[in-house]
Design a binder for this molecule. Structure first.
Ligand SMILES: [Fe+2]
Ligand SMILES: [Fe+2]
Length: 474
């Protein structure tokens, strides 16, 4: 028997919802066995200084303390309900927001929730081995925090499936625990979530680029006319912010350390930097190119009738939908999309309703650009003449109008052979991966110590000092 208020912090009155309790009684043990199997390797007896969400109040939800991860209190939280909330876009604009699933949209809504839910355990699986090569206890604690919160995000989506979708919801919830990232027979749904995350540079890139895709998808779903989905996503977004912080500062600290070593030793050749045990800026650029391009694919086809349907039916809005000033129905609006015609990239206007994936991708790119600009400042402040750049949107794409084309980072359309010749300059090569992994062959586990290839952060977690014992190994 589960003691609901103790074991599963929630603000959904779980103690009184028998149907949901029964569903969770089956699902929770399966979830835990998934965690033992696919959660961070060898971590089950560690005590980790984690924050746990115990309420949705702005000052009360983050409770810090030592927790063994299998005993983490994965909870179910929705932002409080606004009784006056309406459907804010699409053909149902102006109707009261739906508190139950509209019958006609049941299957697409379930698909949207399952697709989002699937990414959450996938990233835990992708990051499973990284604890063994952490650069510090601070970083180890951070990856574990991200992992338990992705676990909670899975709970959030499973709550919706159990509560609103009956038997098929329960089946989908089980399938979410059965798929495996990168598995040949039963992979995760989306491409980027089947890519390995083999080292810490990849992890920070992933949390910067791919968790931010998570943010934009959650923002679009937070606009949903299906109110429980909206309220669930709003609370998830508060956690997502920390994941992106881990990514941005992680890459920033690697760049900072490389720049320090370059200055101290007056070197700028990648092989010299590598000999000094730091990651050359060129390799960092290649990782950036990879993670950016595979994440852009997550937004889907540039022109998409599914995206139009999701919007028209009021299920998935645009980024900051209610702040936008237009008809929120997109009757006559146009939006520019690019395609490759006769060896050239051209831009043309299409009905905005069909270009909603592209629009969300563009909103994302804008925010990415700012983050990369902040990394650039670290390089500039060190006085090093190196520019980090975002590759062209069409670079290394597998989905949408650029798929099947060979676009250089500068946006030049190349032949397959022309592209191949440069590939190892643009994307991480097996040698790059081998080098990065050679730096990360063991864990740095002494409080206050950091691996040579990364600078310490500016401050600790929850005002703790940098030499705090963020993880106790037991
Ligand atoms: Fe998440
Ligand atoms: Fe995340």
């Amino acid at each position: 028997m589960i003691n609901y208020t103790e074991k599963i912090p929630n603000n959904i009155d779980l103690g009184r919802d028998r149907v949901l309790q029964r569903a969770l009684e089956h699902w929770q043990p399966a979830y835990l066995s998934w965690w033992y199997d696919m959660g961070p390797n060898e971590s089950h007896s560690y005590e980790v200084y984690l924050r746990t969400a115990i309420s949705v109040e702005p000052d009360g939800w983050a409770q810090f303390g030592y927790v063994k991860m299998p005993e983490y209190r994965w909870g179910i939280f929705l932002q409080p309900r606004d009784e006056k909330r309406q459907v804010n876009f699409g053909t149902h604009k102006g109707q009261p927001a739906w508190q139950e699933v509209p019958g006609e949209y049941r299957s697409i809504l379930r698909r949207i929730i399952v697709t989002q839910g699937d990414t959450e355990p996938a990233s835990v699986e992708q990051q499973k081995m990284l604890g063994l090569s952490c650069p510090s206890l601070y970083d180890l604690r951070n990856i574990f925090q991200v992992n338990v919160e992705e676990g909670r995000h899975l709970w959030a989506m499973v709550y919706l499936l159990h509560r609103y979708f009956g038997r098929d919801g329960r089946e989908e919830a089980e399938a979410l625990l059965a798929r495996r990232s990168g598995d040949a027979d039963n992979p995760r749904i989306l491409g980027a979530f089947n890519e390995p995350t083999p080292d810490w540079l990849a992890f920070y890139m992933f949390t910067f680029f791919t968790d931010r895709d998570g943010k934009f998808q959650l923002c679009a779903l937070a606009e949903s006319g299906f109110d429980p989905l909206s309220r669930t996503c709003r609370f998830m977004l508060t956690e997502e912010a920390h994941h992106m912080f881990v990514g941005e500062t992680g890459v920033g600290r690697i760049i900072q350390r490389t720049c320090e070593v370059m200055k101290e030793n007056k070197v700028d050749d990648p092989s010299d930097m590598r000999a000094l045990g730091v990651i050359d800026l060129q390799t960092i650029q290649r990782y950036l190119n990879f993670h950016y391009s595979v994440t852009l694919d997550l937004y889907g086809s540039d022109v998409s009738s599914n995206a139009a349907n999701y919007f028209t039916s009021g299920l998935k809005g645009r980024f900051r939908e209610t702040k936008l000033e237009d008809d929120h129905q997109l009757h006559d609006a146009l939006y520019p999309v690019s395609e490759v015609v006769g060896g050239k990239i051209i831009t043309k206007d299409v009905p905005a309703l069909t270009a909603l994936n592209e629009r969300l991708r563009d909103d994302y790119i804008e925010e990415i650009r700012d983050g990369v600009g902040r990394w650039q400042r670290v390089i500039d402040q060190a006085g090093i003449p190196f520019r980090l750049t975002l590759p062209h949107k069409g670079f290394h794409r597998a989905i949408g109008n650029f798929a099947g084309h060979f676009i250089s980072p500068d946006g030049e359309v190349l032949t397959a052979e022309g592209w191949k010749k440069h590939e190892s300059k643009w994307l991480p090569s097996p040698e790059d991966h081998a080098f990065v992994q050679s730096l990360m062959c063991g864990r740095v586990a002494e409080p206050g110590k950091f691996a040579n290839w990364i600078a310490p952060p500016l401050r600790g977690i929850n005002n703790q000092p940098l030499n705090f014992e963020y993880v106790r190994f037991n």
